[in-house]
Design a protein around this ligand. Structure first.
Ligand code: AMP
Ligand code: GLY
Length: 437
């Protein structure tokens, strides 16, 4: 595709990640019309939210309807944000063989399997000697119980399939592990995703998220991020989708980054290619930095949420060029470029999250928070209410991002911005980045 052509883009998803991707795509000199399906209360300001489609756009089942929409509206770039449609094969279904005028950003199903199927992912890591926690897979409950009862060191129990980030139970002792097995395999708390479980050695160390753009062959590692998954200050309480993230993290220096590239990312991308899968899109390694070096906790095959938000705040390159180059296998021809400053993203959540919470609360103060030019508020669980008001519609409501000369500065600005935003029951963590401060 000529670099002069205007590009109409469709972004699938409704989170802070999708708002941030839209914000960055919109800055491209090539950006034509932007569509979000379904989008949220914030994306409506960047383009058109397709909220009244007669089908669910974030479902592989509806690929034909999405395809039709794209043809009718001359959409040539489709960005698939969340994991479910990728793992269901939506990218495969939307790719038009032989047509160079459509680009689908996101891996094919065989690539997304790295995220969808933890057993496959573990086997691939073993086959390629990628460092990861020792683990055993079980489909038989009694066998799993027997294994856990005879272990002396703590384990982590993981549902093998997709469980909206909730299928991982970190256990302090065998009783907790037995309870976790029962939840997964007997009570089917995660549905079919938990019929097969992985019981894994519990690792200790700092966690980092390393995201890379992969164009089938070239791997471009993005600046390192750290997210905070637990709901409470000091990383306490239950896991959530992510309560905040910052970028870059000093935990990963250039030397460690090259180790991660050569020992983790390259072997996985090469192994997939040997098996006939060209991985194109984002490969995200969730890593634990242990005393014995970095070890993989999981792979995701999409941008992390909230990691994407600080990455997009700092990315200088043209995202349309970057995404198309990823699809065309020409990443070596584009510049990413990073703002040298730090970005801290703090999630404002609904009272009760990650448990049950109420929706429909009116949100005020976003404009006030954004009067600081270093602050940007991405919407996640919001929608447009009556009279133009924005109301809450999810657990993670807003991603409040701030740039700063250093992490402390960025964190303070993000926290100050959160103070200006109000809705009933709102809460956030004030300590995002504390592990390195
Ligand atoms: P995952 O979805 O596999 O990344 O797991 C969710 C969270 O569980 C991770 O972010 C870690 O905090 C924790 N976790 C997963 N695997 C392990 C492990 N082997 N040892 C310790 N913590 C883990
Ligand atoms: N922030 C973790 C994830 O997106 O899976």
């Amino acid at each position: 595709m000529s670099k002069k052509t205007k590009v109409n883009a469709l972004i699938l998803g409704s989170g802070g990640r999708e708002h941030a991707l839209g914000f960055k795509l919109k800055q491209s000199k090539r950006c034509g019309k932007l569509y979000f399906a379904p989008g949220n209360g914030g994306t409506a300001a960047l383009g058109t939210n397709l909220t009244d489609l007669p089908f669910d756009p974030v479902n592989t089942k509806n690929a034909d309807a999405i395809d039709y929409f794209c043809r009718k509206n001359d959409v040539s770039l489709i960005v698939i944000g969340p994991e479910d449609p990728l793992c269901g094969g939506l990218a495969d279904r939307l790719a038009t063989p032989g047509a160079s005028d459509r680009h689908v950003f996101g891996p094919v199903q065989a690539g997304a399997r790295l995220e969808a199927d933890k057993v496959f992912s573990k086997q691939l890591m073993r086959a390629t000697s990628v460092p990861t926690a020792d683990a055993k897979t079980f489909t038989d409950y009694e066998a799993a119980v027997n294994y856990v009862e005879n272990r002396e060191t703590p384990v982590v129990v993981k549902a093998a399939g997709l469980a909206k980030g909730k299928g991982v139970i970190v256990c302090d002792n065998n009783d907790e592990a037995l309870d976790a097995l029962k939840q997964c395999m007997v009570d089917l708390a995660f549905g079919d995703a938990g019929r097969t479980v992985i019981v894994e050695e519990r690792l200790v160390g700092q966690e980092v998220s390393i995201l890379a753009l992969v164009d089938g062959r070239n791997i471009f590692v993005l600046d390192p991020t750290q997210d905070h998954k637990q709901v409470g200050e000091g990383d306490t309480g239950p896991n959530t989708g992510g309560m905040g993230a910052y970028c870059p993290t000093p935990l990963v220096n250039d030397a460690l980054m090259s180790t991660i590239q050569s020992e983790v990312l390259v072997p996985i991308v090469d192994a997939l290619r040997r098996d006939g899968t060209e991985f194109k899109g984002v490969l995200y390694a969730g890593l634990m930095l242990t005393a014995g070096g970095p070890k993989v906790l999981e792979f995701n095959t999409r941008f992390g949420d909230p990691e994407c938000q600080p990455l997009m705040m700092r990315l200088k390159g043209d995202l349309i060029d970057i995404m198309i180059a990823t699809c065309e296998g020409t990443l070596d021809e584009v510049d990413l470029g990073w703002d040298p400053r730090c970005c801290c993203c703090v999630v404002l959540a609904s009272g009760g999250y990650p448990g049950s919470y109420e929706k429909g609360k009116t949100i005020t103060g976003i404009e006030d928070a954004e009067t600081d030019p270093d602050v940007k508020v991405f919407h996640a669980g919001t929608e447009s209410g009556k009279d133009g008001a924005v109301v809450t519609a999810g657990g993670r409501v807003l991603s409040v991002c701030a740039m700063g000369d250093n992490l402390k500065d960025a964190q303070q600005k993000a926290n100050a911005a959160c103070e200006k935003i109000h809705f009933e029951g709102a809460f956030s963590r004030t300590d995002i980045g504390f592990r390195v401060m």
